[in-house]
Write a protein that binds this ligand. Structure first.
Ligand code: CP3
Length: 370
């Protein structure tokens, strides 16, 4: 098995298929990891969360973050770990006052509801996010070079959605109205988030993250021109500004705009190594059009994991075959795993991706040699 030097410049990774796939280099099998792979579908996650007292107490405890990050890897031979944290740590550190009501979702005590609060907004002191960087370092030690660790942040626009609305929303109406009526204010929020996210991601890499992902969960709500201005351009600015990793190479990056399937042309030129696809995208077509330019990640409907192993094997196999033998596919869900997912189905998924892709990759190697 080939090895690569990890971001801390020393210990080799036993399994670096994710990093190779993101660089569109050949792999023996398609790497697979799942958005929200450490989460409520796992009884051991619920137990640790209960011990911590709340989701936020868990996210602020580096040792417990390491414990839950490794839980899915103990069950399934996944090809990557993802930092256990949340995208809303950054606006929390800007003083917006994050809480999670039981069974409800995030709430900010001080959302950006008037011009004065937007004027007063500033990028956070990274010291207030030290618990996240400590978690990265703690997870790196616990992983001991088994697989790469993915760090992440919310996109500047998706963070702005929660900062303006003050929580989740079906349509983020306040934000969309602001994009038309007070574009200057939205531009200011997104600018400050861009500075904040760049520094936050650089610090995750300095602490040991091997790859980075930007979650643009709500960019798909915008018109194409507003998407370019308020979501894509800020993500481009972050990707341009990121410092190299400790090995001197650029850090592999993934950008995921949910609902961005119609804008893959723009996303392909974002500067990211890979683009996340939601389940509405035809991955064979996306690979044919953009596979020579960027890696593609995805894109099983998360609800398939609430069915049965035979259905999972069929649907996951179809995606691996549709993605084909060329380099640059990372298997994932089209959005985060849901609490109702059955761990037995996750096991079937990971096994199917590895087995089917190994066959496809070795058949294409033989074809190239003959
Ligand atoms: O992928 C992983 O395993 C890493 C952990 C991770 C979490 N949140 C943990 C979490 C990641 C990458 C996120 C990102 C995140 N957080 C996003 C972007 C990705 C996406 O899903 O679109 C967003 C929009 C958030 C904001 C957020 N955090 C919401 C809307 C919620 C509540 C929704 C829900 O599922 O209940 C959270 C809470 C949250 N973040 C949980 C987890 C495991 C569930 C909280 C709990 O344990 O009670």
């Amino acid at each position: 098995m080939s090895t690569s030097v990890d971001a801390l410049g020393g210990s080799p990774l036993a399994n670096d298929t994710l990093l190779r796939a993101l660089r569109r280099e050949p792999v023996e099998h398609t790497p697979v990891w799942l958005m929200r792979q450490a989460g409520r579908y796992l009884p051991e996650y619920n137990a640790t969360r209960a011990r911590a007292g709340s989701f936020l107490a868990l996210a602020r405890n580096p040792e417990l973050c390491a414990e839950v990050t490794l839980q899915p890897l103990a069950r399934f031979p996944l090809d990557a770990a993802i930092l256990f944290s949340d995208i809303l740590t950054v606006p929390d550190a800007m003083g917006l006052g994050l809480s999670f009501a039981q069974g409800e979702g995030p709430r900010f005590a001080h959302p950006l509801r008037d011009e004065a609060s937007v004027r007063a907004l500033a990028a956070p002191d990274l010291e207030d996010l030290r618990y996240v960087f400590d978690a990265v370092a703690c997870i790196k030690r616990a992983l001991a070079g088994r697989v790469p660790l993915i760090g992440f942040a919310g996109s500047p626009f998706t963070l702005a959605c929660y900062m303006i609305e003050g929580g989740g929303s079906d349509d983020f109406g306040r934000v969309r109205r602001m994009a038309y009526a007070r574009a200057d204010l939205l531009a200011r929020i997104v600018d400050i988030n861009t500075q904040a996210v760049t520094a936050y991601l650089d610090a995750q890499v300095a602490a040991g993250a091997d790859a980075l992902m930007l979650f643009d969960t709500w960019g798909g709500l915008l018109t194409r021109s507003a998407y370019e201005r308020f979501s894509l351009e800020p993500m481009r600015a972050i990707l341009r500004a990121l410092r190299p990793g400790r090995d001197g190479r650029s850090v592999p990056t993934i950008v995921f705009t949910k609902g961005g399937g119609g804008w893959l042309d723009a996303l392909a030129s974002s500067g990211a190594s890979g683009i996340g696809l939601d389940w509405t995208v035809d991955i064979a077509q996306a690979r044919a059009r953009f596979g020579a330019v960027v890696a593609l990640q995805g894109n099983l409907d998360p609800l398939v994991l609430t069915t049965d192993p035979a259905t999972v094997v069929r649907e996951a196999g179809a995606i691996v075959r549709a993605a084909g033998p060329g380099p640059g596919h990372i298997f994932n869900l089209g959005h985060g795993i849901v609490p109702a997912a059955d761990p037995e189905n996750v096991a079937a998924l990971v096994e199917t991706v590895h087995n089917v892709s190994r066959e496809i990759h070795s058949a294409s190697r033989v074809a190239r040699l003959t």
